[in-house]
Design a binder for this molecule. Structure first.
Ligand SMILES: [Zn+2]
Length: 253
């Protein structure tokens, strides 16, 4: 091969290497992950405990630090400094396995989680009770509201909506010392009517199910998340999901 061919080949290799570095670099913004169950179960909502722990270890090994939703809100609004690679681990619905399975794993890995509970279901079979939730706060976890009844919020009227937001926050405050004024929308996107009411009902931040990273200056009542379903292909699947999320963030879509 002559010199010119070598030069072209070297440039191409360098180009591919740079592209791979760029594609694999963290995205611009903070990822917030959504889990539901941690345990063996019949559907995609159940992440096996061993998979969950592997995912946490992967995050830590890759320089991520878990923070709470309140820390994220303070960081994004410029009131506090965020760590170098922050990540938020959230759980929706307040299932009992959040206490029996997820909580001990988070403690063991010295990482933090945020649990959004349906206050009207606390203490029912399969759900957390107030004592367990209190113990989780004592262990450094964050607890917030996921409404009273888990209705689809755009199917109820404004009065009911206000009651769902206000009553769940007050119930959390009355039953749990140290709960946070944060909210997670039960299904999908947070509607404008919900965003309007969140501030007036005393919330400081809210998570949606819109996929994406979170950047400074973004709407704190529309925090974007990435759902982590049951893993079928091991850790690679989790890594691919995170890679895709970061790529999306880098491309700004
Ligand atoms: Zn839910």
């Amino acid at each position: 091969m002559n010199r010119r061919v070598w030069a072209i080949a070297a440039t191409a290799i360098l180009g591919v290497a740079l592209a791979l570095v760029w594609l694999g670099a963290p995205g611009v913004g903070v990822p917030v992950l959504t889990y539901h169950h941690v345990g063996e179960g019949p559907d995609w909502l159940y992440v096996r405990p061993a998979d969950f722990e592997r995912q946490l270890v992967y995050l830590r090994d890759n320089g991520y630090t878990t923070i709470s939703v309140m820390d994220l809100a303070r960081g994004l609004s410029g009131q506090a400094q965020l760590p170098r690679r922050p990540v938020v681990i959230t759980f929706d619905d307040g299932y009992e396995d959040n206490y029996t399975a997820a909580f001990p794993i988070l403690l063991r890995q010295k990482m933090q989680g945020t649990f959004f509970v349906v206050t009207g279901k606390m203490g029912q079979p399969g759900y957390l009770n107030w004592r367990q939730a209190g113990e989780m706060i004592g262990g450094g976890m964050e607890l917030g509201s996921h409404t009273v009844h888990h209705y689809t919020l755009n199917e109820i009227n404004l009065k009911e909506l206000e009651r769902e937001l206000l009553a769940s926050r007050i119930m959390l405050e009355n039953n749990l010392q140290g709960s946070a004024p944060i909210f997670a929308n039960p299904f999908g996107e947070t509607a404008p009517a919900v965003v309007d009411l969140l501030g007036r009902t005393g919330y400081q931040a809210a998570c949606s199910s819109v996929v994406g990273l979170n950047r400074p200056g973004g709407n704190l009542y529309m925090i974007r998340r990435l759902s982590v379903p049951a893993s079928r292909f091991g850790l690679w699947e989790f890594r691919a999901r995170l890679w895709w999320l970061n790529l999306k963030g880098r491309l700004g879509v």
